[in-house]
Design a protein around this ligand. Structure first.
Ligand SMILES: NC(=O)C1=CN([C@@H]2O[C@H](COP(=O)(O)OP(=O)(O)OC[C@H]3O[C@@H](n4cnc5c(N)ncnc54)[C@H](O)[C@@H]3O)[C@@H](O)[C@H]2O)C=CC1
Ligand SMILES: O=C([O-])CC(=O)C(=O)O
Length: 328
């Protein structure tokens, strides 16, 4: 049996945690030959519920599950961790402004970044799911100066998967025939789902974009506002689909993306496509040899450029807010 991979999940007792842990333990994330040790981090009030989830995990008798630790201390929870899924975050409360939300989350993601810096394994990979995911990833990364910044990522895979399904429905093809979509920018309503470079069952995505009313009034807003639509319908935010996207993200990071395709992930910018360095921005990405690579040299017309710029401007504003609060 291989040495277990340590997987830390924060917010383990939350709804995404409940949809995520069983799939990690079943091998869906790291593969059928990789045992995992789960390290669950919760706030003190969440520990009892996390213990209940751990009892259920036990009751599944997963052959790959090598153990479960539960903690309310970040230093212990990130000690030796190889994969860190930062799901737990402070939700927006009544009357809370965006700056209040950023500040409250700075108090979570700063110390967690420090704990990762000090104790995680050398090969640590971090996925931030908790919102505002891009800027929380920026905060965590900036507290981990000894960890290469390409190990900190923010989740836009759910947006990517949402876009794949919308296009598949529109074109009347299976999702498996939709390739090379991109989510650009922030995981927020300003994100830009781009299908100009897509391949839809062998035809260029441009064929669909010819229907400009569908593109601008249906496709883009449906994908960008899907989170709110789910909250409206379900009375709770996306949980199983978010957990599924986190599994997809880490799976592809470790195992690679298929030849001829790419996916989307929030990565620390090194200036690609003119995005200011240091912002955590969603890009078209491939994965090989265990690392993400931005797909470069895509041509962007004025329509796409304007939308990417608007989302990047929001990321800049979030970064400026957390800077002014001394969080990065
Ligand atoms: N990036 C994306 O695509 C998506 C992001 N999200 C975000 O994921 C986050 C989690 O969502 P849910 O599981 O539905 O929320 P939830 O409220 O059900 O669970 C959050 C859990 O985090 C815990 N928590 C809070 N602070 C913590 C801390 N400092 N350390 C450890 N645990 C802590 C809470 O006790 C709670 O159990 C939210 O911020 C949500 O907005 C949700 C869907 C998609
Ligand atoms: O809006 C939310 O809280 C959940 C979210 O990020 C999404 O579903 O994309």
């Amino acid at each position: 049996m291989r040495t277990p991979v340590n997987v830390t999940v924060t917010g383990a007792a939350g709804q995404i945690g409940y949809a995520l842990l069983f799939r990690i333990a079943s091998g869906a994330m790291l593969g059928p030959d990789t045992p995992v040790r789960l390290k669950l981090l919760e706030i003190p009030q969440g520990v009892k519920a996390a213990e209940g989830t751990a009892m259920e995990l036990d009751d599944c008798a997963f052959p790959l599950l090598a153990g479960i630790d539960i903690d309310d201390d970040a230093t212990r929870a990130f000690d030796g961790t190889n994969v860190a899924l930062l799901v737990g975050a402070r939700p927006r409360g009544p009357g809370m402004e965006r700056a209040d939300l950023l500040e409250a989350n700075g108090g979570i993601f700063g110390p967690q970044g420090t704990a990762i810096n000090d104790g995680a394994a050398d090969d640590v990979r971090v996925l931030v799911v908790g919102n505002p995911a891009n800027t929380n990833a920026l905060i965590a990364s900036s507290h981990a100066p000894d960890v290469p910044d390409d190990r900190f990522t923010a989740m836009t895979r759910l947006d990517h998967n949402r876009a794949l399904s919308q296009v598949a429905h529109k074109a009347g093809v299976p999702v498996s025939e939709v390739r090379r979509l991109t989510i650009w920018g922030n995981h927020s309503a300003t994100q830009y789902p781009d299908l100009f470079h897509a391949d839809v069952a062998g035809s260029p995505g441009g064929t669909l974009t010819a229907d400009t009313a569908w593109l601008t009034d249906d496709f883009i807003p449906t994908v960008a506002k899907r989170g709110a639509a789910i909250i409206d319908a379900r009375g709770a935010s996306s949980a199983a689909s978010a957990a599924n996207a986190a599994i997809d993200h880490v799976h592809d990071w470790v195992h690679g993306t298929p030849a001829g395709d790419w996916t989307s992930a929030g990565l620390v910018s090194h200036g690609e496509y003119g995005v200011p360095e240091g912002l955590v921005c969603s890009y078209p990405v491939t994965s090989s040899d265990g690392a993400w690579h931005v797909v470069e040299d895509l041509e962007l017309d004025a329509f796409s450029r304007e939308r990417i710029d608007a989302s990047v401007a929001e990321l800049v504003a979030e970064r400026d807010t957390v800077r002014s609060l001394g969080l990065v």
